[in-house]
Design a binder for this molecule. Structure first.
Ligand SMILES: NC(=O)c1ccc[n+]([C@@H]2O[C@H](COP(=O)([O-])OP(=O)(O)OC[C@H]3O[C@@H](n4cnc5c(N)ncnc54)[C@H](O)[C@@H]3O)[C@@H](O)[C@H]2O)c1
Length: 295
């Protein structure tokens, strides 16, 4: 776990880089869009709602519901057509919690209804689709690039908003599972931001009034953490927590979760190699089975 500051000079690497941002019309996505432009980068924006002024007249935009694979495919095609390349993808679109699983909604027969999956669909499926497409397009970029996801403090705490917390834990799962699959095997880095309370369209002024002064941050703080993860080519597998303007990577280093988890289950470095060998063997067995089935 490493604390750090983010001076403007650390964001200069975004100059001339092309960034796709989902959820770009408000809050953390909009603040990131503005930061990218301020430091000389280019943005292709996506959201359900239009961009506000003045960006609405100058930034290429695609109306996208991130839960639709087809619409996200069109977004990436449009961005590539616009700029000829994609350097970074910010999977950020998200909504507030919908269900706690304690609801007892019943249908016309009195049978329990399935839970509303809206938050899972947007915050997890939508993010996974963006990441999948992002990796596909970044593979085509000879210089590679990076994916940044918006996780949350609820990715690793007992935040009592059930569906939201499940989805954000899964975003952390995406980060952890993709980290060893990407850089350095592919020139693609993946990182995530984990903002604490941040004043946005989800956490409105009404809510921040309840939290009280000093207990929340501006969207630009979270935006800075997203931008440094794109701009700094050394950062990979990080979960950057931001709280009231302070930044920490919670994943790496001696006191990070990765080392902590190893200590908790008593694992050494060698066992990671073994896990990869098991996965490779599993893939070989699957291929063998498929070959036999085809005979
Ligand atoms: N605000 C916080 O305190 C906080 C903390 C941690 C994580 N987050 C995460 O930050 C991300 C951005 O949220 P925010 O707080 O800036 O809120 P916000 O409401 O200001 O911004 C979210 C944007 O996503 C868009 N969006 C929602 N559903 C969409 C869909 N299906 N397809 C496309 N776009 C869609 C909205 O129109 C909006 O412009 C979310 O993933 C949220 O979970 C927020």
């Amino acid at each position: 776990m490493t604390s750090f500051e983010i001076p403007d000079s650390d964001l200069e690497g975004i100059k001339d880089q092309v960034v796709i941002i989902t959820g770009a019309s408000s809050g953390i996505g909009l603040a990131t869009l503005r930061r990218v432009l301020k430091h000389g980068g280019k943005v292709f924006a996506a959201d359900l709602n239009p961009l506000p002024s003045p960006e609405s007249s100058s930034v290429p935009f695609c109306k996208v519901n991130v839960t639709s694979w087809k619409e996200q495919v069109e977004l990436f095609k449009a961005a590539e057509k616009q700029y000829g390349k994609i350097d970074h993808v910010f999977a950020n679109a998200g909504i507030a919690p919908t269900v706690s699983l304690l609801e007892d909604d019943v249908d016309e027969h009195g049978d329990l209804m399935p839970p509303n999956m809206r938050t899972m669909d947007v915050n997890l499926t939508g993010c996974l689709y963006t990441v999948k497409l992002g990796i596909h397009y970044l593979k085509k970029n000879p210089r590679g690039g990076s994916v940044v996801m918006t996780a949350s403090v609820s990715s690793f705490t007992r935040f009592p908003a059930t569906d939201y917390t499940v989805a954000k834990h899964a975003v952390l799962g995406l980060l952890r599972s993709l980290t060893p699959n990407l850089h350095p095997n592919l020139p693609i880095r993946i990182n995530a931001i984990a903002p604490h309370w941040t004043q946005t369209g989800i956490v409105t002024a009404d809510l921040t009034a309840v939290l009280g002064e000093g207990n929340y941050q501006s969207a630009d703080v979270a935006a800075r953490s997203a931008l440094v993860l794109m701009a700094d080519g050394e950062r990979h597998g990080e979960l950057v927590y931001s709280e009231a303007g302070r930044f920490r990577d919670l994943e790496n280093g001696e006191r990070g979760y990765h080392a902590l988890a190893k200590r908790m289950v008593g694992k050494g470095q060698g066992e990671e190699v073994l896990e990869i060998e098991v996965l490779v063997r599993m893939a070989e067995m699957k291929a063998e089975m498929e070959r036999k089935e085809g005979e």
